[in-house]
Design a protein around this ligand. Structure first.
Ligand SMILES: *Cc1c(COP(=O)(O)O)cnc(C)c1O
Length: 399
Protein backbone atom coordinates (compact mmCIF):
# COMPACT_ATOMS: atom_id res chain seq x y z
CA UNK A 1 0.00 0.00 0.00
CA UNK A 2 1.20 3.52 -0.81
CA UNK A 3 1.60 6.25 1.80
CA UNK A 4 -1.39 8.16 0.38
CA UNK A 5 -3.61 5.13 0.77
CA UNK A 6 -2.80 4.77 4.49
CA UNK A 7 -3.52 8.45 4.98
CA UNK A 8 -6.80 8.20 3.06
CA UNK A 9 -7.95 5.31 5.27
CA UNK A 10 -7.19 7.27 8.43
CA UNK A 11 -8.95 10.35 7.15
CA UNK A 12 -12.01 8.47 5.90
CA UNK A 13 -12.52 6.03 8.73
CA UNK A 14 -11.00 7.63 11.81
CA UNK A 15 -12.21 10.38 14.09
CA UNK A 16 -10.32 13.55 13.30
CA UNK A 17 -9.21 14.27 16.86
CA UNK A 18 -5.55 14.58 15.76
CA UNK A 19 -3.81 16.46 12.97
CA UNK A 20 -0.66 14.37 12.45
CA UNK A 21 2.13 15.14 10.04
CA UNK A 22 1.60 13.14 6.87
CA UNK A 23 4.27 10.56 7.51
CA UNK A 24 3.29 6.89 7.85
CA UNK A 25 5.80 5.09 10.03
CA UNK A 26 6.34 1.38 9.93
CA UNK A 27 9.62 0.77 11.77
CA UNK A 28 11.71 2.21 14.58
CA UNK A 29 15.12 1.53 16.14
CA UNK A 30 16.78 3.68 18.77
CA UNK A 31 16.40 7.35 17.87
CA UNK A 32 15.40 6.54 14.27
CA UNK A 33 12.08 5.75 12.58
CA UNK A 34 11.30 4.77 8.98
CA UNK A 35 8.22 5.42 6.88
CA UNK A 36 6.50 2.96 4.56
CA UNK A 37 8.60 4.21 1.64
CA UNK A 38 11.81 3.51 3.55
CA UNK A 39 12.67 7.15 4.37
CA UNK A 40 14.57 7.52 7.63
CA UNK A 41 13.85 10.19 10.25
CA UNK A 42 15.19 11.30 13.61
CA UNK A 43 12.37 11.08 16.14
CA UNK A 44 12.44 14.39 18.01
CA UNK A 45 9.22 13.75 19.93
CA UNK A 46 9.66 10.24 21.37
CA UNK A 47 5.88 9.79 21.45
CA UNK A 48 5.58 12.70 23.88
CA UNK A 49 8.41 11.21 25.98
CA UNK A 50 7.00 7.69 26.15
CA UNK A 51 9.93 6.30 24.16
CA UNK A 52 12.74 7.73 26.30
CA UNK A 53 14.62 4.42 26.05
CA UNK A 54 14.57 4.53 22.22
CA UNK A 55 12.38 2.63 19.79
CA UNK A 56 12.15 -1.14 20.11
CA UNK A 57 14.80 -1.40 22.80
CA UNK A 58 16.10 -5.00 22.54
CA UNK A 59 15.92 -5.70 26.29
CA UNK A 60 12.36 -4.42 26.48
CA UNK A 61 11.42 -6.46 23.45
CA UNK A 62 12.87 -9.58 25.03
CA UNK A 63 11.04 -8.98 28.31
CA UNK A 64 7.77 -8.35 26.49
CA UNK A 65 8.08 -11.57 24.51
CA UNK A 66 9.20 -13.71 27.43
CA UNK A 67 6.47 -12.45 29.75
CA UNK A 68 3.80 -12.68 27.03
CA UNK A 69 4.56 -16.39 26.72
CA UNK A 70 4.07 -16.91 30.46
CA UNK A 71 1.25 -14.76 31.78
CA UNK A 72 -0.32 -11.50 30.61
CA UNK A 73 -3.35 -10.71 32.73
CA UNK A 74 -4.75 -11.99 35.98
CA UNK A 75 -6.80 -8.96 37.09
CA UNK A 76 -6.26 -7.86 40.66
CA UNK A 77 -8.71 -10.49 41.85
CA UNK A 78 -5.57 -12.64 42.10
CA UNK A 79 -1.95 -11.79 42.74
CA UNK A 80 0.86 -12.13 40.19
CA UNK A 81 4.60 -12.64 40.50
CA UNK A 82 5.55 -9.41 38.71
CA UNK A 83 3.58 -6.89 40.75
CA UNK A 84 5.45 -7.18 44.06
CA UNK A 85 8.92 -6.98 42.51
CA UNK A 86 7.73 -4.05 40.35
CA UNK A 87 6.61 -2.21 43.50
CA UNK A 88 9.86 -2.98 45.26
CA UNK A 89 12.11 -1.82 42.44
CA UNK A 90 10.10 1.32 41.73
CA UNK A 91 9.87 2.24 45.42
CA UNK A 92 13.59 1.72 46.00
CA UNK A 93 14.49 3.81 43.01
CA UNK A 94 12.13 6.69 43.75
CA UNK A 95 12.28 6.37 47.55
CA UNK A 96 8.51 5.95 47.65
CA UNK A 97 6.43 4.18 50.27
CA UNK A 98 3.65 2.93 48.09
CA UNK A 99 2.61 2.49 44.46
CA UNK A 100 -0.75 2.33 42.72
CA UNK A 101 -0.47 1.06 39.15
CA UNK A 102 -2.85 2.16 36.39
CA UNK A 103 -2.65 2.18 32.59
CA UNK A 104 -2.72 5.68 31.13
CA UNK A 105 -1.47 8.98 32.44
CA UNK A 106 -4.98 10.38 32.68
CA UNK A 107 -5.99 7.42 34.84
CA UNK A 108 -3.09 8.12 37.19
CA UNK A 109 -4.30 11.72 37.47
CA UNK A 110 -7.87 10.58 38.15
CA UNK A 111 -6.52 8.17 40.75
CA UNK A 112 -4.59 10.90 42.53
CA UNK A 113 -7.62 13.18 42.57
CA UNK A 114 -9.71 10.45 44.19
CA UNK A 115 -6.94 9.66 46.66
CA UNK A 116 -6.39 13.20 47.92
CA UNK A 117 -10.11 13.86 48.14
CA UNK A 118 -10.58 10.77 50.26
CA UNK A 119 -7.55 11.74 52.35
CA UNK A 120 -9.08 15.20 52.83
CA UNK A 121 -12.31 13.74 54.19
CA UNK A 122 -10.82 10.88 56.20
CA UNK A 123 -7.64 12.44 57.57
CA UNK A 124 -7.97 16.20 57.30
CA UNK A 125 -11.62 16.50 58.30
CA UNK A 126 -12.81 18.42 55.25
CA UNK A 127 -16.64 18.53 55.19
CA UNK A 128 -18.35 16.12 52.78
CA UNK A 129 -18.05 17.10 49.08
CA UNK A 130 -16.16 20.31 49.87
CA UNK A 131 -12.62 19.25 48.97
CA UNK A 132 -10.71 21.63 46.73
CA UNK A 133 -7.69 20.90 44.56
CA UNK A 134 -5.53 23.71 43.22
CA UNK A 135 -4.16 23.44 39.68
CA UNK A 136 -2.28 25.79 37.35
CA UNK A 137 -3.12 27.77 34.24
CA UNK A 138 -1.98 26.13 30.99
CA UNK A 139 -1.78 22.75 32.69
CA UNK A 140 -1.92 19.50 30.79
CA UNK A 141 -2.94 16.44 32.79
CA UNK A 142 -4.88 14.38 30.24
CA UNK A 143 -8.23 14.16 28.50
CA UNK A 144 -10.96 12.85 30.79
CA UNK A 145 -13.97 15.02 31.64
CA UNK A 146 -12.69 15.84 35.11
CA UNK A 147 -9.22 16.69 33.84
CA UNK A 148 -10.28 18.84 30.89
CA UNK A 149 -12.72 20.52 33.27
CA UNK A 150 -9.78 22.20 34.99
CA UNK A 151 -7.83 22.88 31.79
CA UNK A 152 -7.52 26.47 30.56
CA UNK A 153 -7.10 25.38 26.94
CA UNK A 154 -10.35 26.16 25.13
CA UNK A 155 -9.90 23.46 22.48
CA UNK A 156 -9.62 20.85 25.24
CA UNK A 157 -12.75 22.03 27.07
CA UNK A 158 -15.23 23.61 24.70
CA UNK A 159 -18.40 21.61 24.28
CA UNK A 160 -17.52 18.96 26.87
CA UNK A 161 -19.26 20.36 29.94
CA UNK A 162 -20.72 20.11 32.51
CA UNK A 163 -17.51 19.58 34.43
CA UNK A 164 -16.50 18.22 37.82
CA UNK A 165 -16.45 20.90 40.52
CA UNK A 166 -13.79 21.26 43.21
CA UNK A 167 -10.85 22.77 41.31
CA UNK A 168 -9.25 26.17 41.58
CA UNK A 169 -6.92 27.50 38.87
CA UNK A 170 -3.95 29.74 39.68
CA UNK A 171 -1.08 31.16 37.60
CA UNK A 172 1.89 28.81 37.11
CA UNK A 173 5.20 29.60 38.77
CA UNK A 174 3.74 31.92 41.40
CA UNK A 175 4.00 30.67 45.00
CA UNK A 176 2.13 33.74 46.28
CA UNK A 177 -0.88 32.76 44.18
CA UNK A 178 -0.76 29.28 45.67
CA UNK A 179 -0.74 30.54 49.22
CA UNK A 180 -3.58 32.99 48.46
CA UNK A 181 -5.76 30.27 46.91
CA UNK A 182 -5.61 27.93 49.90
CA UNK A 183 -8.69 27.54 52.08
CA UNK A 184 -9.45 25.16 54.95
CA UNK A 185 -10.96 22.81 52.36
CA UNK A 186 -7.89 22.62 50.14
CA UNK A 187 -6.60 19.07 49.97
CA UNK A 188 -4.03 19.10 47.17
CA UNK A 189 -1.93 21.10 44.74
CA UNK A 190 -1.47 19.38 41.38
CA UNK A 191 1.36 20.76 39.25
CA UNK A 192 3.82 19.85 36.49
CA UNK A 193 7.50 20.50 37.35
CA UNK A 194 7.86 21.83 33.79
CA UNK A 195 4.76 22.42 31.66
CA UNK A 196 5.51 20.26 28.62
CA UNK A 197 2.37 20.57 26.53
CA UNK A 198 2.12 24.29 27.27
CA UNK A 199 5.39 24.65 25.37
CA UNK A 200 8.17 23.66 27.79
CA UNK A 201 7.40 26.36 30.35
CA UNK A 202 10.04 26.29 33.08
CA UNK A 203 8.99 27.90 36.38
CA UNK A 204 11.29 30.26 38.28
CA UNK A 205 14.02 28.51 40.24
CA UNK A 206 12.86 27.58 43.73
CA UNK A 207 9.19 27.38 42.74
CA UNK A 208 8.68 23.74 43.65
CA UNK A 209 10.66 24.14 46.83
CA UNK A 210 8.45 27.05 47.85
CA UNK A 211 5.32 25.11 46.84
CA UNK A 212 6.47 22.23 49.01
CA UNK A 213 6.92 24.53 52.01
CA UNK A 214 3.51 26.10 51.51
CA UNK A 215 1.83 22.70 51.16
CA UNK A 216 3.53 21.44 54.30
CA UNK A 217 2.56 24.53 56.27
CA UNK A 218 -1.13 24.19 55.32
CA UNK A 219 -1.31 20.39 55.43
CA UNK A 220 -1.94 20.04 51.71
CA UNK A 221 -0.79 17.19 49.50
CA UNK A 222 1.78 18.26 46.89
CA UNK A 223 1.17 16.25 43.73
CA UNK A 224 3.74 16.42 40.95
CA UNK A 225 2.62 15.25 37.53
CA UNK A 226 5.90 13.80 36.22
CA UNK A 227 4.26 11.82 33.45
CA UNK A 228 6.27 13.81 30.89
CA UNK A 229 9.14 15.23 32.98
CA UNK A 230 9.87 12.00 34.84
CA UNK A 231 12.03 8.97 34.12
CA UNK A 232 15.11 10.79 32.93
CA UNK A 233 13.65 13.27 30.48
CA UNK A 234 15.01 16.39 32.21
CA UNK A 235 18.35 14.84 33.16
CA UNK A 236 17.20 13.53 36.54
CA UNK A 237 15.12 10.46 37.32
CA UNK A 238 12.36 12.80 38.52
CA UNK A 239 12.36 16.52 37.78
CA UNK A 240 11.68 17.27 41.46
CA UNK A 241 15.34 16.38 42.13
CA UNK A 242 16.43 19.60 40.40
CA UNK A 243 14.97 21.43 43.40
CA UNK A 244 16.04 18.88 45.98
CA UNK A 245 12.50 18.16 47.12
CA UNK A 246 10.23 15.17 47.46
CA UNK A 247 6.60 15.52 46.53
CA UNK A 248 3.91 13.78 48.57
CA UNK A 249 2.49 12.08 45.50
CA UNK A 250 4.15 11.76 42.09
CA UNK A 251 2.68 10.54 38.84
CA UNK A 252 4.65 8.62 36.25
CA UNK A 253 3.53 7.06 32.98
CA UNK A 254 4.68 7.34 29.40
CA UNK A 255 8.32 6.12 29.55
CA UNK A 256 7.48 3.73 32.39
CA UNK A 257 7.18 1.07 29.68
CA UNK A 258 9.56 2.60 27.14
CA UNK A 259 6.72 2.76 24.66
CA UNK A 260 5.87 -0.94 24.72
CA UNK A 261 2.74 -1.06 26.78
CA UNK A 262 0.49 1.45 28.54
CA UNK A 263 1.36 1.66 32.20
CA UNK A 264 1.24 4.51 34.69
CA UNK A 265 1.62 4.74 38.44
CA UNK A 266 0.91 6.95 41.42
CA UNK A 267 3.91 7.02 43.75
CA UNK A 268 3.27 7.95 47.34
CA UNK A 269 5.98 9.29 49.62
CA UNK A 270 3.60 9.57 52.53
CA UNK A 271 0.84 7.53 54.08
CA UNK A 272 -1.77 9.42 52.00
CA UNK A 273 -2.40 6.37 49.86
CA UNK A 274 -3.36 4.21 52.80
CA UNK A 275 -6.80 5.88 52.84
CA UNK A 276 -7.79 3.66 49.92
CA UNK A 277 -9.54 0.48 51.02
CA UNK A 278 -10.44 -2.66 49.03
CA UNK A 279 -13.18 -1.97 46.52
CA UNK A 280 -12.70 1.80 46.49
CA UNK A 281 -10.60 2.02 43.33
CA UNK A 282 -9.26 -0.27 40.63
CA UNK A 283 -8.61 -1.19 37.02
CA UNK A 284 -8.86 -4.49 35.17
CA UNK A 285 -5.50 -4.08 33.44
CA UNK A 286 -3.79 -2.02 36.16
CA UNK A 287 -0.80 -3.90 37.59
CA UNK A 288 -0.98 -6.73 35.09
CA UNK A 289 2.09 -8.95 34.87
CA UNK A 290 2.95 -8.02 31.29
CA UNK A 291 2.94 -4.29 32.11
CA UNK A 292 4.88 -4.84 35.33
CA UNK A 293 7.53 -7.00 33.68
CA UNK A 294 8.05 -4.46 30.89
CA UNK A 295 8.15 -1.57 33.37
CA UNK A 296 10.73 -3.36 35.52
CA UNK A 297 13.03 -3.67 32.52
CA UNK A 298 12.22 -0.14 31.30
CA UNK A 299 13.44 1.30 34.61
CA UNK A 300 16.52 -0.96 34.72
CA UNK A 301 17.49 0.04 31.22
CA UNK A 302 17.24 3.75 32.05
CA UNK A 303 19.61 3.33 34.98
CA UNK A 304 21.98 0.64 33.75
CA UNK A 305 22.50 2.19 30.34
CA UNK A 306 23.21 5.66 31.72
CA UNK A 307 20.29 7.27 29.92
CA UNK A 308 19.56 9.80 32.65
CA UNK A 309 23.13 11.13 32.67
CA UNK A 310 23.07 11.16 28.88
CA UNK A 311 19.88 13.23 28.94
CA UNK A 312 21.63 15.74 31.20
CA UNK A 313 24.83 16.08 29.15
CA UNK A 314 23.33 15.74 25.67
CA UNK A 315 20.42 17.96 26.68
CA UNK A 316 22.77 20.73 27.79
CA UNK A 317 24.74 20.35 24.56
CA UNK A 318 21.63 20.33 22.33
CA UNK A 319 20.22 23.38 24.13
CA UNK A 320 23.48 25.28 23.72
CA UNK A 321 23.68 24.41 20.01
CA UNK A 322 20.10 25.53 19.42
CA UNK A 323 20.73 28.77 21.30
CA UNK A 324 23.68 29.43 18.99
CA UNK A 325 21.40 29.51 15.95
CA UNK A 326 21.15 33.12 14.91
CA UNK A 327 17.76 33.73 13.36
CA UNK A 328 15.40 36.64 13.91
CA UNK A 329 12.37 34.31 13.69
CA UNK A 330 13.39 32.60 16.95
CA UNK A 331 12.11 34.27 20.10
CA UNK A 332 13.57 31.91 22.70
CA UNK A 333 15.11 28.50 23.18
CA UNK A 334 14.71 26.96 26.63
CA UNK A 335 14.82 23.57 28.23
CA UNK A 336 16.06 21.15 30.82
CA UNK A 337 17.74 17.90 29.89
CA UNK A 338 16.28 16.64 26.64
CA UNK A 339 13.02 18.56 27.00
CA UNK A 340 13.63 21.62 24.87
CA UNK A 341 11.27 24.22 23.45
CA UNK A 342 12.03 26.59 20.58
CA UNK A 343 9.59 29.48 20.48
CA UNK A 344 9.11 31.56 17.35
CA UNK A 345 7.93 35.14 17.12
CA UNK A 346 4.23 35.44 16.33
CA UNK A 347 5.10 37.11 12.98
CA UNK A 348 7.09 34.04 11.90
CA UNK A 349 3.85 32.41 10.76
CA UNK A 350 3.52 29.46 13.15
CA UNK A 351 5.68 26.47 14.02
CA UNK A 352 3.75 23.94 11.94
CA UNK A 353 5.38 25.08 8.67
CA UNK A 354 8.81 24.36 10.17
CA UNK A 355 7.69 20.93 11.33
CA UNK A 356 6.50 20.15 7.79
CA UNK A 357 9.85 21.28 6.37
CA UNK A 358 11.88 19.50 9.04
CA UNK A 359 10.08 16.32 8.05
CA UNK A 360 11.29 16.78 4.45
CA UNK A 361 14.79 17.12 5.92
CA UNK A 362 14.61 13.99 8.04
CA UNK A 363 13.48 15.23 11.47
CA UNK A 364 10.11 14.48 13.00
CA UNK A 365 9.03 17.27 15.33
CA UNK A 366 5.64 18.43 16.48
CA UNK A 367 4.49 21.93 17.15
CA UNK A 368 2.91 22.63 20.50
CA UNK A 369 0.53 25.55 20.52
CA UNK A 370 1.06 27.81 17.51
CA UNK A 371 4.59 29.06 17.91
CA UNK A 372 6.61 26.43 19.74
CA UNK A 373 8.48 23.32 18.63
CA UNK A 374 9.37 20.80 21.29
CA UNK A 375 12.61 18.84 20.82
CA UNK A 376 12.51 15.69 22.93
CA UNK A 377 14.43 12.88 21.24
CA UNK A 378 15.01 9.51 22.94
CA UNK A 379 17.50 9.80 25.81
CA UNK A 380 20.07 7.67 23.98
CA UNK A 381 20.83 10.36 21.41
CA UNK A 382 24.54 10.95 20.71
CA UNK A 383 26.56 14.11 20.03
CA UNK A 384 27.01 13.23 16.35
CA UNK A 385 23.28 12.92 15.83
CA UNK A 386 22.66 16.21 17.64
CA UNK A 387 25.21 17.93 15.40
CA UNK A 388 23.47 16.45 12.38
CA UNK A 389 20.07 17.60 13.68
CA UNK A 390 21.16 21.13 14.60
CA UNK A 391 22.59 21.70 11.13
CA UNK A 392 19.28 20.67 9.59
CA UNK A 393 17.22 22.70 12.04
CA UNK A 394 19.31 25.78 11.30
CA UNK A 395 19.03 25.50 7.51
CA UNK A 396 15.33 24.60 7.62
CA UNK A 397 14.41 27.66 9.64
CA UNK A 398 16.56 29.90 7.46
CA UNK A 399 14.97 28.72 4.19
C1 LIG B 1 0.77 12.85 28.52
C2 LIG B 1 0.48 13.47 29.82
C3 LIG B 1 -0.62 13.08 30.60
C4 LIG B 1 -1.68 12.13 30.11
O1 LIG B 1 -1.18 10.88 29.78
P1 LIG B 1 -2.03 9.88 28.87
O2 LIG B 1 -1.29 8.58 28.95
O3 LIG B 1 -2.05 10.47 27.49
O4 LIG B 1 -3.39 9.82 29.45
C5 LIG B 1 -0.77 13.68 31.84
N1 LIG B 1 0.11 14.58 32.29
C6 LIG B 1 1.17 14.99 31.57
C7 LIG B 1 2.11 15.99 32.14
C8 LIG B 1 1.40 14.45 30.31
O5 LIG B 1 2.43 14.87 29.58
Amino acid sequence: MKQDEYIRLEEELGAHNYKPLDVVLSRGKGVWVWDVDGNKYLDCLSAYSAVNQGHCHPRLLETLMEQAKKLTLTSRAFRNDQLGPFYKELCELTRSHKVLPMNSGAEAVETVIKTVRKWGYRAKGVPKDKAEIIVCENNFHGRTITIVGFSTDQASRDGFGPFTPGFKIIPYGDPGALEAAITENTVGFLVEPIQGEAGVIIPPEGYLKKAKEICEKHNIVLILDEIQTGLGRTGKLLAEEHEGIESDLSLVGKALSGGFYPISAVLSNTEVMSVLQPGEHGSTFGGNPLACAVARTAIKVLIEEGMIENAATMGAYFLECLKQIKNSKIKEVRGKGLLIGMEFHAEAGGARQYCEKLKENGLLCKETHDNIIRFAPPLIITKDVIDWAVERIETTIKA
